[in-house]
Write a protein of this length. Structure first.
Length: 185
């Protein structure tokens, strides 16, 4: 983080408090004042992007994330925020490389692995989902979302026995006969 003077730090804290309290428009005004003095200040750029998300102005948010992404090194919070914005607006194809970049910087991000898998699943990249889920279920063995997507993907790939095995561990198996049924979990 750049060194900023005390006055700007106080303005940043005030703007951040406004953002947290969902006074997004007021926060944007203060963050923009900070940018007049420090035009490449990543925390201000990143926070403006988050404010625009709060205002549901996703195109504006993307502009500020992209400005922030130009400043090296890019902070992982910015990378993840930008990727989440893309995924949230169904731009899965664009989100995938951003999530992958985040995982290169820090591979131990279970939620980011989940989100990457979700994006790949949404655009039917079943082979890649299968490979990623197989690795991820070994690392995050208690993550039901990853296991469930893995099972569904294996079904789509016509790998039914493997799918049944994965899904049995995730949601349990169902046994039934003509008179009753039993869920094993």
């Amino acid at each position: 983080m750049d060194k900023i003077d005390k006055e700007i730090q106080e303005k940043f804290n005030e703007a951040d408090s406004l953002r947290i309290n969902q006074s997004y428009s007021k926060a944007i005004v203060l963050f923009n004042e900070i940018l007049k003095k420090y035009p490449s200040f990543p925390p201000a750029l990143n926070n403006i992007a988050m404010c625009y998300i709060g205002l549901k102005k996703f195109e504006e948010a993307e502009k500020f994330y992209l400005k922030c992404m130009e400043i090296k090194p890019v902070h992982i919070i910015t990378i993840n925020g930008y990727a989440d914005l893309l995924a949230h607006t169904n731009q899965f194809q664009k989100a995938i490389p951003v999530y992958k970049e985040s995982l290169k910087n820090n591979p131990n991000q279970e939620k980011i692995v989940e989100r990457l898998i979700h994006c790949l699943h949404e655009i039917n990249q079943d082979n890649e989902v299968s490979i990623l889920c197989e690795k991820a279920t070994k690392i995050y063995s208690k993550n039901k979302y990853i296991s469930e997507i893995y099972g569904k993907t294996l079904l789509r790939l016509n790998r039914h026995k493997e799918a049944q095995s994965v899904l049995d561990k995730t949601v349990g198996s169902i046994e039934f006969n003509e008179e009753n049924f039993k869920v094993n979990s």
